[in-house]
Design a protein around this ligand. Sequence first.
Ligand code: BGC
Length: 751
Amino acid sequence: MKKALLTSLLTMLGVAAAAAPAKSKQERSIDALIAKMTLEEKLGQLYQLGGPVDTLIDPAVRGLLGSTLNIGGGAPAVNKLQRAVMERSRLKIPVIVGADVIHGYRTVFPIPLGMASAWDPAAVETASSVAAAEAAAAGIRWTFAPMVDIARDPRWGRIAEGSGEDPYLGSAIARAAVRGFQGKDYGAPDKVAACAKHWAAYGAAEAGRDYNTTDVSERTLREIYFPPFKAAVDAGVATFMSSFNDLNGVPATANPWLQTKVLRREWGFDGFVVSDYTAVQELLQHGIAADGAEAARRALQAGVDMEMVSTLYSSNAAALLKQGWLSMAIIDEAVRRVLRIKHRAGLFERPYVDESLAAKVTLTPENRQAARRVAGRSMVLLKNDGAVLPLSKSLATVAVIGPLADAKADMLGTWCGEGKKEDVVTLLEGVRAKLPQAKVVHVEACRIASCGEAGIAQANVNPAQACRAEPCANAGIQEAVKAARKADAVILALGESSDMSGEANSRADIGLPGGQLELAKAVLALGRPTAVVLFNGRPLTISDLVEISPAILEAWHPGIEAGNAVADVLFGDVNPGGKLPVSFPRVLGQVPIYYNYKNTGRPFDPADHYRSKYMDAPNSPLFPFGYGRSYTQFKLSGLSLSAKSIRPKGRLTASVDVENIGAREGDEVVQLYIRDLAASATRPVRELKGFERVTLKPGEKRRVSFELTPELLGAYDQGMKFQVEPGKFKVFAGDSSVGGLEDEFEVVAAE
Ligand code: BGC
């Protein structure tokens, strides 16, 4: 009975004796090493723990710890640990040191959602490559990034860490991030192994509440949530992290369909999967394991190789083996995957890090310059009525007002690595540096209270009081009004503090927190030339603000060069060219709202009541996916297709002219969408299938082309087979997911 169970499990996991290809030298040396390992040493390789390095040396030397997370202490601490292992442990297997290096290490770049707004994979590659070099110099050989979770619900605080709502854009960014972190060889001294997380559908948390349950059809998984993970695999990502959530009834960390069937068997991933923080232990809370032994067995058998922080693998594997619940083949396979990545990371040849490196490569002027440039590219001009922006550099008096005008820590955003607030240039400092002759007056007016435990406890008593800005006392508002009245121009810095987004920081009200709207109303009522700069980690419901503000720049949390980058844009040295990677709802009740929705059988029609709509809000978002303005204007024309009819395996090219018809050089992101008009399963009204950010001088015109391949045109049919089905397709070329030029072609069945 047990044997039969084992055999079927082994087959399921793909570790059964199939006709194996000849093994490489590296694989043979891994086999030889595994043959020498005791069970404890094997389990050690499957264990990861954080903490001060001195507490980790003893278990590591005894072979009980294969990896560390977020230990800090830089190169000296890592070398100390590694030296102990390489000199004193029995088998001398180096430790792999992992850390959350998400959007920069010491040189902090914009939050990932901000970087996604640049629609510029090269910018993401640069940021990841700078982060890799700085982190590697501190002894880190593995980052828990990129986070490639698609998110359609801005209540979810971790939307800040991803690339937004679209699988095509998300995939392009996932590839770029993996390239930046890993390069061609993540064993190089300036590279780190990457980790695609959180596998899978973590961003689909019900009601936007972090860690919440997810229930997502296989179609939506494969079409929306999976593509950026697949892109990461194709780019050679070293590792995956299993997510906290349960998915369709099975927690991801105990989900053989995700961890083995799709990831390993379908996609051919041969790296290792680490659990998220204590996620193996949490299988008990999920209610799918009666005890620690069952949790360990389920996670290991599913294909989760390394356990982060909780200790159920090491404490239960021996008994599970003895009782026949687990096979040594499963443990060996997990160990093999970990050792394989340690080899590829060059740890066996180069276990130590050069301690003199960090001082040379960290926070260099070039790195800061890159952070400033990427931040500038990530900003999205949401509104600019009356050409309030750019502001003149010859202004005599400027008032910089609001709780985020001089808020150093808040510029770093969530997961800011080793970012230090003292390295941050705030907006106030950036404006002062840009206008050395001007009088720059600062009024904070109100503070955004920290959303700490007290705020959260308060939420349970009185939600209206939690996580809000300290109400702008009348005195604060009056001071702001006084300063604004005397200024030639006003900059209002509003938004969220950095701890209002990120892990566990979901919000049930995504409006501008606290009294900031009252502050904005009072200042804007003066009618002075005023620009609002938003610093936030998610789309906000800001309809009221948009109505009263002539100019709004979405800056996200822009990183250490925040103030310089925003000032570059406000004063016209950089012409904003970012586009939203996520829709901004008008009201919370529209959430989830995304551009690639289905048409339904009753799409909105103002002449018919019985249509899919709200009675109290439009269906459309406040700002759509792909939207963003510029200080110049662009015109798209001449959309043409290389063919009007193709076979299912055929391809075609869509080309369109983009011309700068304004007076300044600027960037446009040309976006190509398709709509499959009749397929056997319903298709979205639009799907992004190409984009290119181009820089054009005034009067300059360029033709941009996008190839549409079967991979881009195909979809899952009713039987979940991916194919290009015959029928008509629409093609749209535009500057956002709304409107644009249109054409059509047809896929004709092969004879
Ligand atoms: C997060 C992961 C992170 C890990 C280690 C978890 O709580 O979900 O994204 O990599 O902690 O810090």
